[in-house]
Design a protein around this ligand. Structure first.
Ligand SMILES: NC(=O)c1ccc[n+]([C@@H]2O[C@H](COP(=O)([O-])OP(=O)(O)OC[C@H]3O[C@@H](n4cnc5c(N)ncnc54)[C@H](OP(=O)(O)O)[C@@H]3O)[C@@H](O)[C@H]2O)c1
Length: 333
């Protein structure tokens, strides 16, 4: 049963991987949702949103671009809350930085004009952990910020753009007295609602198609897309929520990822060799997800994340189905 009918919220970039899950869960909770998309007339791209339970009654798709303030103002006006998730996801500096930063400023200014109750901004671990000066034993948590010079020098324009956009969000929110809460997800996996494969899913897909022959000697933190969407709603609905929330389940070496994948899905040409066996194996960094756990979020295991991702890629036709009996694919936690 809807618990909060009557509350109107805006989700920017509604058709994206994470935002589609937010729209789905918000509709299930009874919210009325205004989703911004760049082209509401694109039926192929928006079909999955229009098919969500409750969409016919309570979802409106509004045309908006991050660089077009008027379009955002129109979508946000009359909303009680805003989930600002739209952002380019690329390492091309020209496509990344300006839309991420100007778009975020535009959304918060429009939210201030509309007097919304709270803005929840989807930042990233990229704004948190890119710091060469951090001691290996230091716990990565909400107090950490990526080093902007390091991001620039290493040409990590995605992390640079997300860090500068988050800084801009805090600055404008303070200036305009907007109640802002930020979620910083790590690499997000899980079932896709949208028809296309987004960047974080490619990270796993590449290990299953034979395009990569080795795995890197590096580590990565993971979280389930449903948990990321739930985290946004939780911080929106909890009046006492404030500041940043690191949204992470676990950190794995790439070697552990391919090992889990090949246990579940032995039919695929999953790499078995590390690209750099001369150096010591990279160690997982320590992190804290206590702030979200304290709000009641129970994280899905990374094994389940990997399993759900591959099953979804198969169901959506992005990966050929294995010929073997499906029984062998059942999760063993
Ligand atoms: N997936 C992850 O691992 C991960 C981890 C941490 C943080 N995040 C953050 O989560 C958010 C969503 O990421 P995602 O993985 O769901 O990516 P996604 O599927 O690529 O979604 C990005 C969304 O942003 C929209 N967008 C991009 N540029 C825009 C512009 N100029 N104007 C309006 N909309 C624009 C896209 O619209 P179109 O469909 O029209 O291009 C798309 O709906 C991003 O802020 C990303 O930085 C993602």
């Amino acid at each position: 049963m809807p618990s909060v009918s009557g509350r109107v919220v805006c989700v920017t970039g509604a058709g994206g991987f994470i935002a589609s899950w937010m729209v789905k869960l918000l509709l299930e909770k009874g919210y009325t949702v205004r989703g911004t998309v760049r082209n509401p007339a694109d039926d192929q791209k928006n079909f999955h949103l229009r098919e969500l339970e409750g969409a016919k009654e309570r979802l409106t798709l509004c045309k908006a671009d991050l660089l077009d303030y008027g379009s955002l103002r129109e979508a946000i006006n009359g909303c009680d809350g805003v989930f600002h998730t739209a952002s380019p996801v690329t390492d091309d500096p020209e496509q990344m930085v300006e839309p991420a930063v100007i778009g975020t400023r535009n959304v918060i200014i429009a939210a201030s004009e509309a007097k919304v109750r709270r803005v929840v901004f989807t930042s990233s671990i990229g704004a948190v952990y890119m710091d060469p000066h951090r001691h290996p034993d230091q716990v990565v948590d909400e107090t950490c910020w990526s080093d902007l010079d390091f991001c620039q020098n290493t040409k990590n324009w995605y992390c640079y753009g997300k860090a500068v956009a988050e800084k801009a969000a805090w600055e404008v929110a303070k200036e305009k007295e907007v109640d802002l809460v930020v979620v910083n997800p790590v690499l997000v996996l899980g079932p896709l609602l949208q028809p296309t494969v987004n960047a974080s899913i490619v990270h796993i897909l590449k290990y299953l198609t034979g395009v990569v022959k080795t795995y890197a000697n590096s580590v990565q933190a993971y979280v389930h897309v449903r948990d990321v969407a739930l985290a946004h709603i939780l911080v929106y609905e909890t009046p006492a929520a404030s500041g940043r929330y690191l949204c992470a389940e676990s950190v794995l070496h790439r070697g552990e990822v391919v090992e889990i994948l090949s246990k579940f899905f032995p039919e695929y040409p999953i790499p078995t060799k590390c690209s750099d066996e001369t150096k010591p194996r990279a160690k997982a960094y320590k992190f804290s997800n206590l702030k979200l756990k304290d709000l009641g979020l129970e994280f899905t295991s990374v094994k389940q994340c990997l399993y759900d991702t591959v099953r979804s890629l198969q169901e959506k036709g992005h990966l050929p189905l294995p010929t073997q009996n499906d029984e062998s694919l059942r999760i063993h936690s």
